[in-house]
Design a protein around this ligand. Structure first.
Ligand code: PBG
Ligand code: ZN
Length: 326
């Protein structure tokens, strides 16, 4: 059927028709809010490149966690800025580490909020890499043992889900085994299965103080030019026991998100990363774009591309805007 029998505008002509034929929806249930927990007290320091996002000590994290819960957002994902960093990232798997203390505080004060933890070494190592270094490069197999210890210490402290972001080969299996051996077989793993070596992480590294002190992450994070490799990475993590798989970053990788949606039937997450947030906030602050409209369009794009879960620094705003829309 062609024009003039067919007129696409007939079902676009009023809001009711648009509502009736809408293919994709966004809900507060889709959101995860990232938070940066800093060692100390009385700390609430805005990240200069991420307006509205703070490094905070535990009492402020707990206060914000209450707000997040009150907005109906189901979960937060935590990143830690420890008191001290060393070559082997000891704070990452210490039972009294920054994240372990933060988990306990949130679980005590806001028990209804789901706590996910980022499992990686880069925030805790003095060299800023995501694993331990041997001969100038990250040693994959030696790092696995530490990641497993880290994940285990998170769930012992009360984490509801762990999210390994290091990109070592075999880490999902190592973490799964460590949790199963210690009675945590019910705890799911959301793996950063497809994580690209991206310039969009720039502002996060200021927030988490995790910039590599030498070299870059290209020996473990993926080449942005590769698409088939994303399927291999996802297949490996699923095989090893991932319950949810993630694509990261988001906006420049919507094709990858759709590829995984078409290929696998596991829940799919996307990380709307720091640089994507900064670009929108920067343009909005200059009056160059309509922030609410652009953020909501971005969220629906993630859903349309196939995401079930969106990890985003915009989560609190999105929750408020969704509420206003009724
Ligand atoms: C740690 C980690 C990073 C992000 C999440 N976990 C940074 C990196 O790999 O350099 C990025 C998040 C963001 O940019 O918002 N491995
Ligand atoms: Zn890392």
């Amino acid at each position: 059927m062609f024009f003039p029998q067919f007129r696409a505008r007939r079902i676009r002509g009023n809001e009711t028709f648009r509502r009736m034929v809408r293919e994709t929806t966004l809900s507060v249930n889709d959101l995860v809010y990232p938070m940066f927990s800093a060692f100390g007290t009385g700390i609430r320091k805005e990240i200069s490149s991420m307006p509205g996002i703070f490094q905070q000590s535990i009492e402020h994290i707990v206060a914000e966690a209450k707000e997040v819960h009150g907005l109906g957002i189901p979960a937060v994902i935590l990143f830690g800025i420890p008191e001290t960093k060393d070559a082997v990232g000891s704070d990452a798997y210490s039972d009294t580490g920054i994240i372990q203390e933060t988990i306990r505080a949130i679980k005590r004060e806001v028990p209804g909020l789901t706590v996910i933890t980022d499992v990686c070494m880069c925030e805790y190592t003095d060299h800023g890499h995501c694993g331990i270094i041997k001969d100038g490069d990250v040693d994959n197999d030696a790092t696995l043992e530490l990641l497993a210890r880290e994940a285990l210490s998170h769930v012992k402290a009360g984490a509801d889900m762990v999210a390994p972001s290091d990109m070592m080969d075999g880490r999902v299996a190592a973490i799964r085994e460590a949790m199963d051996d210690n009675g945590f077989d019910a705890i799911p793993i959301m793996s950063y299965a497809v994580k690209y070596a991206s310039g969009y992480y720039g502002p996060f590294r200021e927030a988490a103080e995790s910039t590599p002190q030498f070299g870059d992450r290209r020996s473990y994070q993926m080449d942005p030019a590769n698409r088939l490799e994303a399927l291999r990475e996802a297949a490996a993590d699923i095989e090893e026991g991932a319950d949810i798989i993630m694509v990261k970053p988001g906006l420049a990788y919507l094709d990858i998100l759709r590829d995984l949606r078409n290929e696998y039937n596991l829940p799919l997450a996307v990380y709307n990363v720091s640089g994507e947030y900064s670009m929108i906030k920067g343009a909005a602050a200059n009056g160059w774009i309509d922030e609410e409209r652009v953020v909501m369009e971005t969220m629906i794009a993630f859903k349309r591309a196939g995401a079930d879960i969106i990890i985003t620094y915009h989560a609190k705003d999105v929750a408020r805007w969704l509420k206003q829309q009724g």
